[in-house]
Design a binder for this molecule. Structure first.
Ligand SMILES: Cc1cc2nc3c(=O)[nH]c(=O)nc-3n(C[C@H](O)[C@H](O)[C@H](O)COP(=O)(O)OP(=O)(O)OC[C@H]3O[C@@H](n4cnc5c(N)ncnc54)[C@H](O)[C@@H]3O)c2cc1C
Length: 270
């Protein structure tokens, strides 16, 4: 049986700028990284492999350069990597992205049964947290989001028990397999790649599934298949702050000034 991890290659947002003329992210020269939540999703898939003897497959939809991220996943312990890449997949919103990923997982399942799909809670560029649930809905899988601990995957009884982190509290849930599990960062501490695995990963073959292989309806993928389009990306203008009670040694006086200001701005009513 398979455990499938979905990982996205994203721009290292600490270094991303918005192109003011096009309103899109400047990607040239920006380093790309594995989406931070997906490092934990991958790690959790490898722990399920170790615990239950599952075969670990990692999939990613993205441009050809995404191969770098998939080789990192192989170096960490994934048994197989699949790159879903085609110009026709480009410009996809979450609807179109989840379609391509779900169809890739369906293809894997036809070859060997998929027990669990592990996704990250969200990406650091699109940030929608919609793709994991989208994959589960399309495949009719159970969906467990905000998971910070997987207690048990019972392959015989075909069920999974896991803990979700919901706001300030936890809940333990059980669901039938196959299941999509979207994890938070607290779920684990990622392992480091070993030298032999790094060397192996450099030589490994990464399967490329373009639309000739996937044969998906072109109207349902990429920009054409996207219900939403990102019109413009821009940094919000920050309202200018005001220093209150500068030089005032007495905090009480500063507090009075603040309350006065809040009342003045109809933020506080007494
Ligand atoms: C600034 C910005 C804003 C955007 N806003 C929207 C929007 O409002 N609505 C919309 O529909 N699209 C939006 N998009 C497009 C959206 O980013 C893409 O559709 C993207 O492919 C998936 O959405 P996400 O990044 O939000 O993923 P999320 O739903 O946040 O990702 C959750 C998990 O799904 C898996 N996953 C996501 N993408 C991939 C992938 N390509 N390959 C493998 N696994 C993956 C990962 O495990 C990830 O942790 C936006 C893009 C940008 C850059």
């Amino acid at each position: 049986m398979l455990v499938v991890a979905c990982v996205k290659q994203v721009p290292d947002t600490t270094q991303v700028e918005v192109d003011p003329t096009t309103g899109t992210l400047k990607r040239e020269g920006v380093p790309f990284i594995m989406n931070p939540f997906d490092i934990h999703a991958l790690e959790e898939s490898l722990r399920l492999k170790d615990r239950y003897g599952l075969r670990a497959v990692v999939v990613s939809m993205g441009p050809p350069s995404t191969e770098v991220t998939l080789r990192k996943a192989l170096a960490l312990g994934a048994d197989e990597a699949v790159l879903l890449s085609d110009r026709a997949f480009g410009g996809a919103d979450t609807l179109a992205t989840s379609l391509v990923l779900a169809e890739a997982i369906r293809r894997l399942d036809e070859r060997e049964e998929v027990a669990v799909v592990v996704c990250g809670r969200q990406t650091i560029d699109g940030d929608t947290a919609q793709v994991g649930p989208g994959i589960a809905t399309r495949l009719g899988y159970s969906q467990l989001t905000l998971v910070d601990r997987i207690d048990e995957v019972d392959l015989r009884a075909r069920k999974v028990r896991a803990r979700r982190k919901v706001g300030g509290w936890h809940e333990t849930v059980e669901a039938p397999l196959p299941a999509m599990i979207a994890v938070v960062r607290e779920i684990n501490r990622p392992r480091y790649p070993t030298v032999p695995r790094r060397l192996m990963a450099e030589e490994a073959t990464i399967a490329l599934w373009n639309n000739e292989v996937m044969k998906l309806d072109e109207n349902k993928i990429g920009l054409k298949g996207s219900a939403t389009q990102v019109r413009r990306i821009f940094s919000p203008e920050r309202a200018k702050g005001e220093i209150l009670g500068d030089g005032l040694s007495n905090p009480e006086e500063a507090a009075h000034l603040l309350i006065g200001k809040l009342i003045e701005k109809d933020i506080l009513y007494l």
